[in-house]
Design a protein around this ligand. Structure first.
Ligand code: CP3
Length: 345
């Protein structure tokens, strides 16, 4: 099926569409009562990701409830380390826990290549979602190599990604070897999702902003460029959104440097400045503060208006600047959608 007439693809093809298409990062999740009920059916969060029927249902819930302009397959970026053979678990209420990799022996314990059989349930979930909602563009995704490495090396989330950045300074060859493996695994994983039916993909570099400027090219730009080239070699037509979170001024020419079709902006980027400084042909996505969505009222209304007016007349996909927070009231999501959909055509 061709989606060229759907709003999100018109924007990705360079058209300014008003009102803009909208989806929200982490749109499936704990802020939805139906997600919490579904979550209770799985033993663990990873079981939920690896049970196609449940993962497909989690993907569909926010599409049904809100009619978003795209779905995003329900999974997690950490299924890739898991499929490299690293032990990954999610503790209830806490963040992810991994067996940390700190040296060559740790890297040696990983598989050479990502185990696509382990990821087969994700591909199965993609097929189920496409069957149930063929008209809704479906986004596949992966974590960018640096963001994955930051969890794989620390063994958990950290405030500043220091363990990964230190290893990159102390042993750049080892760090490069890990990044190279993740680049290859990410290409395989994205191609698997595309073969199963996703219509476009997003690469999350959630911790790109932690990199020193001297390191940014090596660990953020170069790996993303290679992944994008690898996907394009097989699927030149597939649209790819890059999200280098908190990357500051590096975002200005990021799409051109990596070859991404669209650039995700986090909430720290002023939309007015972004519209002025980023080339008018660059497709932008973002960037409402997730906390403004929690707060509602004036913060939500004014934040939304600022984004809508800054990006009016250029290709823009409305989104948050980061994932939706569990404490977000559903009524605020409805108010946001009402405001966007009422925007002047
Ligand atoms: O967007 C969607 O609706 C699709 C699902 C999705 C999840 N994680 C589900 C999830 C996506 C796209 C992700 C990406 C992800 N996962 C990122 C990149 C984006 C970002 O937020 O920066 C990162 C860094 C992760 C790693 C991760 N997964 C962490 C740090 C946590 C714990 C924090 C938390 O919110 O609990 C997770 C768990 C996770 N991933 C949950 C969901 C719905 C919550 C777990 C649960 O429901 O029990």
């Amino acid at each position: 099926m061709s989606f060229s007439s759907s709003k999100i693809f018109r924007v990705l093809n360079g058209e300014a569409v008003s009102p803009p298409p909208v989806w929200l990062m982490r749109q499936a999740g704990r802020y939805l009562v139906e997600y919490r009920q579904l979550r209770a059916k799985a033993r663990s969060f990873l079981d939920l990701c690896y049970t196609p029927k449940l993962a497909a249902e989690a993907t569909l819930q926010p599409i049904r409830r809100f009619g978003f302009d795209a779905g995003i397959i329900f999974s997690d970026i950490l299924v890739v380390p898991d499929a490299f053979g690293q032990k990954v678990s999610f503790e209830t209420g806490g963040g992810p826990k991994l067996e940390p990799i700190s040296n060559a022996a740790g890297l040696g314990r990983l598989r050479e290549k990502v185990d696509l059989d382990r990821l087969a349930p994700v591909f199965d979930a993609v097929r189920r979602v496409k069957e149930a909602a063929p008209e809704t563009p479906l986004i596949g995704f992966c974590g960018a190599p640096f963001t994955l490495a930051s969890y794989m090396i620390a063994g958990q989330g950290t405030p500043d990604q220091a363990p990964a950045r230190l290893l990159a300074y102390r042993d750049p060859d080892l760090f490069q070897a890990l990044i190279d493996r993740l680049v290859a695994g990410s290409i395989d994983y994205l191609l698997g999702q595309i073969d199963a039916g996703v219509d476009l993909v997003q690469i999350f570099d959630s911790w790109a902003g932690a990199l020193a400027p001297s390191e940014f090219e090596s660990w953020c730009v170069a790996p993303l460029k290679t992944i994008i080239e690898g996907v394009r070699a097989r699927h030149p037509e597939k649209k790819i959104i890059a999200f280098p979170r908190r990357a500051g001024l590096s975002i200005v020419d990021f799409a051109a440097r990596t070859g991404a079709d669209a650039l995700g902006l986090d909430e720290t980027i002023d939309p007015v400045a972004a519209a002025k400084r980023i080339e008018a042909s660059t497709v932008l996505q973002g960037n409402l503060d997730p906390l403004a969505l929690v707060a509602g009222g004036r913060a939500l209304q004014e934040g939304t208006e600022r984004i809508l007016s800054a990006f009016a007349g250029r290709p823009h996909i409305f989104n948050l600047g980061h994932g939706i927070l569990p404490e977000t009231p559903v009524a605020h999501v409805e108010a946001l959608l009402g405001q966007i959909r009422a925007a002047d055509a």
